[in-house]
Design a protein around this ligand. Structure first.
Ligand code: DX5
Ligand code: ZN
Length: 219
């Protein structure tokens, strides 16, 4: 199966979101990645329900909502109602992760757990059988356009090992600093899903940049 590409709208032109979402409709992007930030869990504030609801009316792709917020349980239902098909919460932001993951699944969405760069994959041993995907942050969350942290390659391999050992079907998503230079190595390390913001939206031809990421291990 080929890698899933999830462009991050954080790097889109917010004054021309309609244009950018339509551009993504015409591309080989598989999902749209939407970064929700609360100014508490991360030192930045992005967008919320109103914007996601509007994007949902225009996109033909599933919405992958990455919650970088404290106490995400309070808002899971609202994000599902806004149109999220996949919802990830941070391990570092959840006191009762098992409950949160099952709350997402009970709403009919795919449930993911996200890990900050400093959090080892070993903390997932008791939850890996319950999650649909794991989002490995390959930059410190909060901003687009940051430099990829190379230790991520080893985390992908460790996670692949844990998934295999636990007979889990969880997929591995990598988020932060992904570009056409590291995409092939990320895929061969075991990544199933690549999020990319800056690498796509700062390109003069975003549709071609998406295609390049999608087939980067085939060149
Ligand atoms: C960062 C976000 C990422 C970000 C990725 O906190 O989770 O999804 O938008 O952007 P790039 O690809 O520019 O690093
Ligand atoms: Zn993200």
């Amino acid at each position: 199966m080929s890698v899933i590409i999830a462009p991050s709208l954080l790097s889109a032109d917010f004054l021309n979101l309609d244009r950018d979402v339509k551009m993504l409709n015409s591309s080989e992007a598989d999902w749209l990645h939407l970064d929700v930030m609360d100014g508490l869990f991360v030192p930045n504030i992005s967008f919320g329900f109103a914007v996601i609801e509007k994007i949902a009316t225009t996109t033909i792709k599933p919405l992958d909502v990455h919650l970088m917020i404290v106490d995400p349980d309070r808002y899971i239902m609202r994000f599902r109602q806004a149109g999220a098909s996949l919802i990830s919460v941070h391990y570092e932001a959840c006191n009762h992760l098992n409950r949160t993951i099952h709350a997402i699944k009970n709403l009919g969405a795919e449930a993911g757990v996200a890990l900050n760069p400093h959090t080892p994959v070993s903390v997932l041993s008791e939850i890996i059988g319950d999650v649909d995907f794991v989002l490995l942050m390959s930059v410190n969350p909060g901003f687009g356009g940051q430099k990829f942290i190379p230790g991520t390659y080893r985390k992908i391999r460790d996670l692949r090992e844990l998934i295999k050992k636990s007979e889990s079907s969880a997929r591995i998503e990598v988020d932060g600093g992904v570009d056409s230079y590291n995409a092939a190595a990320l895929i061969s390390s075991g990544a199933d899903i690549l999020v990319a913001g800056n690498a796509i939206f700062s390109s003069p031809d975003p549709v071609e940049a998406i295609r390049k990421l999608k087939y980067s291990n085939k060149y």
